[in-house]
Design a binder for this molecule. Structure first.
Ligand code: NAD
Length: 257
C-alpha cells in the first residue's frame, strides 16, 4: 500500500524562497504542503497561498509527522526550532546569518528532532563542499581566495555558504584565518590568509568561487545558481531526509548519497 505523503509546513511562505519551495512541492507527489506561516502583520495572513491557509501560529500547524521548512530571519528561526522540538516535528532551515548562539539553539533542538540547517540547499554546493576538502588537503601550499556574488537585496555578508566553506577549508588546513577584502598598502599576501570577497548587485541568485592559486596555475571550484530552483530541489531532498532519520544535526552533505 503506498504511504501517505509527508505533510510540510512552510515558514516564510510569502518570501522569495518560500514561493520557490511552493512551486517545487507541487511537483513532488510524496510531499504535501499543509500550511504556511508568516510573521505577525504580514498582508498574506488570513489568505491562502497555493490553496493552503497562511497563519502566524506555527504551533497550531504542527500535526503528526509534519516537517517544518524555514526560510525566514535568524531570530525567528531560533524560536521556531524550539517550538518544532517541543512538538517533535523535523525541521529544515535554509535561513542564513545565524549567530553562534542561534546555531547553538538549533543544535540544542536537534537533540530531540532531526534538524537540517544549510546556508545553501543546492546539491551542487553540497558536492563542492566535499571537493573543497579534498582540494585543500591536496594543495597545501596554494593560496586560497573565496569570492561570492548575490543580488542587491541580500542583507548578510559574506554569504553563509562562503563562511561555511572558509570554515571547512580552515578545518582541513590548520593555521588559516579569514581576511575580508583588501585595501591600501597591504604588503605581500601572508600565507595564512583565506581572502574573502563579497560582491553585491542586480538580481544575481548566488555565485561562489574558490580559487587555489599556486606556482604557474590556478584551480577554480565554482558554483552558479541559475535560479532559486537549485535551492528548492535540495529542500525537497532535505525534507525526505529528515522525515526518515533519527534526531540529530544534519547538513546537505549528509543528504548526498
Ligand atoms: P524574503 O525576505 O523574500 O522572505 C523571508 C520571509 O520570511 C518573508 O515573507 C517574511 O515575512 C517571513 N518572515 C519573517 N519573519 C517571520 C516569522 N517570525 N515567522 C514567519 N515568517 C517570517 O527572503 P528570502 O530571499 O526568501 O530568504 C530568506 C532566508 O533564506 C534568508 O536568510 C536567505 O539568506 C536564505 N536563503 C537561503 C538559501 C539556501 O539555499 N539555504 C537560498 C536563498 C535564500
Amino acid at each position: 500500500m503506498p504511504s501517505a505523503p509527508v505533510a510540510v509546513v512552510l515558514r516564510g511562505i510569502a518570501g522569495r524562497m518560500g514561493r520557490e519551495v511552493v512551486r517545487a512541492l507541487a511537483e513532488d507527489a510524496d510531499l504535501h504542503l499543509t500550511s504556511g506561516v508568516e510573521r505577525g502583520g504580514h498582508p498574506a495572513l488570513g489568505t491562502c497561498i497555493a490553496g493552503v491557509p497562511v497563519t502566524a501560529d506555527l504551533r497550531g500547524c504542527l500535526g503528526a509527522g509534519a516537517v517544518v521548512v524555514d526560510f525566514t530571519v535568524p531570530e525567528a528561526t531560533r524560536e521556531h526550532a524550539r517550538i518544532a522540538a517541543e512538538s517533535g516535528a523535523p525541521f529544515v532551515s535554509g535561513t542564513t546569518g545565524l549567530s553562534e548562539e542561534g546555531l547553538a539553539a538549533l543544535r540544542e533542538a536537534a537533540r530531540r528532532i532531526p534538524l537540517l540547517h544549510a546556508p545553501n540547499m543546492s546539491l551542487g554546493v553540497a558536492l563542492l563542499s566535499r571537493l573543497l576538502r579534498e582540494a585543500t588537503r591536496a594543495l597545501p601550499d596554494y593560496d586560497v581566495e573565496i569570492l561570492e556574488m548575490h543580488h542587491r537585496h541580500k542583507v548578510d555578508a559574506p554569504s553563509g555558504t562562503a563562511l561555511r566553506w572558509a570554515e571547512l577549508i580552515a578545518a582541513a588546513r590548520t593555521g588559516l584565518r579569514c581576511v575580508h577584502g583588501r585595501a591600501g598598502h597591504t604588503g605581500e599576501r601572508p600565507r595564512d590568509e583565506i581572502g574573502m570577497h563579497a560582491l553585491r548587485g542586480g538580481d544575481v541568485v548566488g555565485e561562489h568561487e574558490v580559487i587555489f592559486a599556486g606556482p604557474g596555475e590556478r584551480v577554480i571550484l565554482a558554483h552558479r545558481a541559475e535560479s532559486r530552483a537549485a535551492f528548492a530541489g535540495g529542500v525537497l531532498a532535505a525534507v525526505h531526509f529528515v522525515a526518515t532519520h533519527a534526531p540529530g544535526f544534519y547538513g546537505m552533505e549528509d543528504v548526498l548519497t
